[in-house]
Write a protein that binds this ligand. Structure first.
Ligand code: F0G
Length: 352
């Protein structure tokens, strides 16, 4: 069984003796997406989708969680805790189950997608629904982990970032170099931090010549980095990135500035348009938050003509699987028509 720790061992803080907690995460597909390039009004772009929904629990969090749980166990920890908009808790619960240790999760009450909640519960985590938002829950788990023998596995845990940087390594391994641009959603800002670290380290090891411009996208109603101040009551249909005070704010700004990229916002309408386009034009089903980066690609192509006419290599990170949030999918598509069980009935419908 090979996950990201075995594949990239030399770049990660593990030793020969480390017992690796893995579910064979990583090695996710990098899918060419020419129809998304056309949809974005930039048909010359070489667009690729890094489909992180193909990880064992259906999101990119597994890359960080294999490292976080491996190190927690190595350090003798018997319990982990996290706050989550859903995916972190699903992943922590699965890896803790595999490690055979306790997992406690705090979620914002009523604000996480059903698929994610079912995962945390089925893997046996102790789940508490906080009457507040993600930022409130994160403040609580930070305090608990400071005063009790329980390991925090949110992305402020540096091992999470170490694991998640493997996403950059895989992209460079497939393309033979870093892309020119990377578009991705930004919530708590751990992932943009991790990808940027990964690209820089891989280049330092002579694995790539370029570094990408890091293009991060927040939802308009939850865009603290864009606005330059925390958002008290964040709002967006993309519940995964409904965050008003990101923990890795400074690191995200550094990734943006060092790379010559940008962090901007897209509306919920733009996110849903991209979400539907990915599913219907490319056959790739991601969750709404994941589509924020692709919505950003279209927005950016509209505002930068040189970019939209170029043949730049662009990678969009699709952070989570569409099946995580079936309620959202059903809300944006027509219901199936009910018909009689006869040949005549179906032929009348098909008009062929
Ligand atoms: N996309 C998805 C599907 C996510 O679940 C998250 C974060 C992000 C993007 C943003 O990544 O926080 O590293 O900037 N989800 C966290 C969670 C907050 O609790 O599952 P980020």
């Amino acid at each position: 069984m090979t996950g990201i720790i075995d594949r990239y061992r030399q770049y990660l803080p593990v030793s020969e003796r480390t017992r690796v907690i893995t579910l064979s995460e990583g090695n996710t597909p990098l899918i060419p997406a020419p129809r998304i390039a056309e949809w974005a009004g930039a048909p010359g772009l070489q667009v690729y989708l890094k489909y992180e929904g193909m990880n064992p629990t259906g999101s990119f969090k597994d890359r960080g969680m294999t490292m976080a749980l491996t190190k927690a166990v190595e350090d003798g920890s018997k319990a982990v805790i996290c706050a989550s908009t859903g995916n972190t808790s699903a992943s922590a619960a699965a890896y803790a189950a595999r490690a055979g240790i306790r997992c406690v999760v705090l979620i914002p009450d009523g604000n996480i997608a059903l698929g994610k909640l079912s995962q945390a519960l089925v893997h046996g985590a102790e789940v508490y629904a906080v009457q507040g938002n993600f930022d409130d829950a994160l403040a609580m788990v930070r305090q608990v982990s400071e005063t009790s023998p329980i390991t925090l596995v949110n992305s402020i845990n540096p091992f999470r970032i170490e694991g998640q940087k493997s996403g950059s390594f895989e992209i460079v391994d497939v393309l033979g170099d870093a892309p020119d641009y990377q578009f991705m959603p930004v919530g708590n800002a751990g992932n943009i931090t991790a990808y940027w670290k990964g690209y820089k380290e891989y280049r330092a090891h002579g694995k790539s010549r370029k570094l990408p411009k890091m293009m991060g996208w927040q939802a308009e109603g939850a865009a603290p980095i864009v606005r330059g101040e925390p958002v008290k009551d964040p709002k967006t249909i993309a519940t995964a990135i409904k965050i008003g005070n990101p923990a890795s704010w400074k690191q995200a700004v550094a990734a943006r500035d060092e790379s010559g990229g940008g962090i901007d916002a897209v509306s919920d309408e733009e996110i849903l348009e991209a979400y539907k386009a990915l599913a219907s034009l490319e056959g790739v089903f991601c969750e709404p938050a994941s589509a924020a980066g692709v919505a950003g690609l279209k927005k950016y192509a509209r505002t930068d003509e040189a970019f939209s006419r170029s043949r730049a290599a662009v990678v969009c990170i699709l952070t989570g699987h569409g099946l995580k949030d079936p309620d959202r999918a059903m809300a944006v598509v027509p219901r199936p028509r009910t018909i009689a069980p006869t040949l005549d009935a179906i032929q009348r419908e098909l008009k062929i």
